[in-house]
Design a protein around this ligand. Structure first.
Ligand code: ADE
Ligand code: ZN
Length: 346
């Protein structure tokens, strides 16, 4: 494929049109303030902010924890299966508009079970939205259940036990929340149990935490994919391992700027990750809080950095390679990706 034949002026259009997989999206982080207020009204919950504009104004974060405090408070409007359905359905409609053909969506059950909302309520609402996404939007959607790393491993085990009746509705487990001070090895046994149950394993690591946390995610949790992982560039041996084993990194540039991991997009290390041959791809993390969904992330990142059509193809290709679907399905999406690039002149 001749990427240099593509008119650079059409790159933004191509980024939007190319088929892609969303692999790093916290469904609670897609709760837009408008829906937050609608659910608050429906569920008779009082919010600390007067209106949507005031909520958006409060979204000025200094680090991961300053965001998480607000993010967990926002999720308090979610009570019933229908609320979880509405949240996920709103996301899927946006994903379809961004030409997302496959998503693996994170959810945080402990955020809800701690408030007395059952695992059943959470999973049935989200799962029904996944089924409708396939039937009505043609999006292949899967769920990944995340353990909150600021809580104990015993709590994670209890969460896994609660999820046992619903394991057929999730493809894997993940690890998220406050990273520093909560290294992956804290959850080695519960991840081992999840693996035994046939669940795929991913983990947030190297977002704010050091490269040592990425080594631990690989060696102690046997994570097949690392979420964020941008701190890897500090460790040459880790970079070599990630490149050689093609361990995917799900990178979220707008999140990294909003949480002050990088000062601006122009200094983001995505080009360095790609140039080192890593299987990096671009995703949205918590788009309602960070100002953009997957296409916004791609558009703004390409605007700020020296990235071209070849990089666009690589990122979309990596997103499919990194996904937990059978190879035959990956080949179908890769053929669609190539067809899209041919349409743009490659
Ligand atoms: N939960 C939601 N977004 C997160 C992030 N960026 N890092 C860790 N945990 C999260
Ligand atoms: Zn995340």
């Amino acid at each position: 494929m001749n990427f240099s034949a593509i008119d650079p002026a059409r790159l933004p259009q191509l980024l939007c049109a190319m088929p892609k997989a969303e692999l790093h999206l916290h469904i609670e982080g897609s709760l837009e303030p408008e829906l937050m207020f609608e659910l608050a009204r429906r569920n008779h919950i009082e919010l600390p902010h007067a209106d949507v504009a005031a909520v958006r104004q409060a979204y000025a974060f200094t680090n991961l924890q300053s965001f998480l405090d607000i993010y967990y408070a926002g999720a308090s409007v979610l009570l019933h299966a229908q609320d979880f359905y509405d949240l996920a359905w709103a996301y899927f409609q946006r994903a379809a508009a961004d030409h997302v053909v496959h998503c693996e969506i994170f959810f945080d059950p402990q955020t809800h079970t701690q408030r007395g909302v059952s695992m059943h309520t959470v999973v049935t609402g989200l799962h029904r939205a996944c089924q409708d996404a396939r039937a009505q939007l043609g999006i292949d959607a899967q769920l990944i259940m995340c353990f909150l790393r600021h809580l104990s491993q015993a709590d994670a085990f209890e969460t896994l036990a609660q999820a046992m009746p619903y394991l057929d509705k999730m493809v894997g487990v993940g690890l998220d929340s406050s990273e520093v001070g909560h290294p992956p090895e804290k959850f080695a046994q519960v991840f081992a149990k999840a693996r035994q149950l046939g669940l795929r394993c991913v983990a947030h690591a190297g977002e704010e935490g050091p490269p040592a946390y990425m080594w631990s995610a690989l060696d102690d949790l046997h994570a097949e994919r690392i979420d964020h992982g941008v701190q890897a560039t500090q460790d040459a041996a880790l970079m070599q391992r990630l490149a050689k084993a093609r361990v995917p990194l799900t990178v979220c540039p707008l999140s990294n700027i909003k949480l002050c991991v990088f000062s601006d997009l122009a200094t983001h290390n995505l080009p360095a990750l790609l140039d080192a041959g890593l299987c990096a791809s671009v995703h949205s993390d918590d788009p309602a809080y960070f100002g953009g969904y997957i296409n916004d992330n791609l558009l703004q990142t390409f605007e700020a950095l020296p990235l071209n059509a070849g990089h666009a193809h690589q990122l979309a290709r990596n997103s499919f390679e990194a996904s937990f679907v059978p190879d035959a399905q990956k080949q179908i999406w890769l053929a669609q990706l190539d067809a899209c690039f041919v349409q743009f002149g490659a």
